[in-house]
Structures are given as C-alpha cells and as structure tokens.
Ligand binder design. Sequence first.
Ligand code: DAH
Length: 363
Amino acid sequence: MDDLSTIRSEALDAVGKAADLAALDAVRVAALGKKGSVTGLMKTLGGMAPDQRREFGAQVNQLKGEIEAALDARKTTLGSAALAAKLVSEKIDVSLPTRPDFGQAGHGTLHPIGQVMDEVAAIFGEMGFTWAEGPDIEDDWHNFSALNIPPDHPARQMQDTFYLPSRADGTPMVLRTHTSPVQARTMLNKDVQKMLAYGGALRIIVPGRTFRIDNDATHTPMFHQVEGLVIDRTTHMGHLKGCLVDFCRAFFEVDDLPLRFRPSYFPFTEPSAEVDIGCSWKGGELKIGAGDSWLEILGSGMVHPNVIANCGLDPAVYQGFAFGMGVDRIAMLKYGIPDLRNFFDSDLRWLRHYGFSTLESVR
Ligand code: DAH
C-alpha cells in the first residue's frame, strides 16, 4: 500500500515537473515502461492469493490510469506550448515592404516581344488556333521552293537572305527569312494530313525569330514574325477577312478600328492582300483608330494551290488562307516604342521602362 501511494505521488510530481516532451517521455518510461515502477507492481500480482490479487490489481490499474491521464494532460500542455514557441520563432511579417534595393536589382520584366507574342497567341487561341514552331536554320526548299519561290524566281531578291554553308549532302541552308516555312512543315506532317483527311481543319499560328540582312531604325537583322495558316475544304477569303478584322480590333483594343485590304503579291498566296489599319498623326503623335492615314501591318492571302500541292495535299480538295506579320512592328505600334534597335540592346533602363509585369496576365 505504501508502495502505491509513494509511486503515485512521485510519478504525478515528476509529470508536473517535466519541462518538455522528452522529459515527459522519460517519466512515462520510469513508471509504465517495461522496467517501470507500476509495471514492477503488476509483476508482484502473480505471487498473490486470488482475493488479494483482485483487490491489489484493481488499485494498480487505477494508479496506472491516473498516471496515463496525467501524462496525456501534460503532453497536451507541453505540445501547445512548443507549437506556440515555434510559431513565435518562425513568425514572418508579410506586410513588411521589400528591401529598397530589391526592385532595382532583382525584379525583372517581360520583354515587349514576349508580351506581344502572348497577346497574339491569346487572341488566336480563342479562335481555335494552336501554336506551332519550326527551326531558325532552315533548308532552302522549305524557306523558298515549297512556298512557290523557285531558285531563279525574282521574289528571292525581295528577301535579303543570310545564306549558310550547305549540309554535307549538298542541301543549301539559310537562316529563315520568314516564318512561312513552318506552313510547309506543318502541312507535310503525316498526322496533320490524316487529321485533314478525316475532315478536320488545320489552324496554327507560328511565332518565331526570322533573319534578313537589314539594319536601320525599323529593321534589325534578327526580328520576329507570327505566321498564321488555316487549311480545310471550305475556308475562303471572307473568313480571312473576318479573322484578321477581329484580330486587329482585339489586339489594338479599338472596337471600330478601320481595316483596308489592299491587293498585293506574294508567291505563296493567290489572291494576296496586304492589310492596313487606320490611324492619325495629329500633332506628330500616332493614334491608332479612325483617321486620315493608314499603317501597313500584315501580308495575307489564299494559300497558292502550288504550295498545297508541294506539301503533299490535293489542291482540288484543300484550301485556306495564310498571313504573316512582324511582331516587333506591331509591338512598336501598340506600345509607342520608337526605335526597333533598342529591343535587342539589353539596356536595363529600357527594359524597365517598356517591360511588362510578370504578374499581369494576358487577357
Ligand atoms: N512571309 C511574308 C514575309 O515575310 C509575310 C506573309 C505574307 C506571310 C503573306 C504569309 C502570307 O503567310 O500569306 O514578308
């Protein structure tokens, strides 16, 4: 009996004094562990007479229950104290302003070219176009011949081409002068041809880098284009017009933006049209919208039957339209950026001024 009350008071005292969870666990082991004091009492039960065992057993069980309850209660107290201490030590003040130098040194912006490509992709994406790409280093056939520009064709002189050394097999190579070769690459794709055979429609935009020997305030040797291509069995010039009117109005954010489709010539389209948008130059400042001037912004047309045939499709079955525009040019026009060459200077002051917030999502 004495044992019981001594063990009880010692154990409960130790529980109360345990300063942390590790100390508390040591108390538990000392009382209830394999070699613990209460476990020791249990072991004496075996040598007792049945009546005594019943009575003493009940008392030991009660003691065990009391100690367990005390351990649990202390554990809860210590646990929440530990959590509270952790929360205090790990506290972050999210309302603190960033260090003053952070915005200068560590805060990047999106380049206008990437921003405009995303804007263009978002608008055509809503019309059902997908994004396609092709190589910057292109072979002469995809860049020219496939697009109905044979070797001696004067149209090759329209584009001042960077010629590269031929491949080992003699294939003449160029830095692509436009994104149009991706039209050919896509139409030649067997999966695309299968999809068309099943009655599907091909609708792609092709944003990418292009290269020409040219360098002044509005031309750089490397620049960017977005190509567009729609191929199915029924798409006609009216669709081309509607699509480009909707695009230009959405892109320039002018609902009644006037557009002019001017007859033109490209070897890969027939008929061909260049597209101008309305603008005014009041006080020397460009304003896009109704006015007395026009700005040329893209080339377009119905894909030439020769191109469709060159790409392994039957021009008696398939037809569609294509267009191509300069990304840099429409970025300059939309955001009032005067000189194209600055786009590629990597001048942080320019980038901070004309760049876009990474947090600003497109549409
Ligand atoms: N490839 C032409 C260029 O770089 C632009 C172009 C015009 C693309 C008409 C087209 C098109 O797809 O139909 O000047």
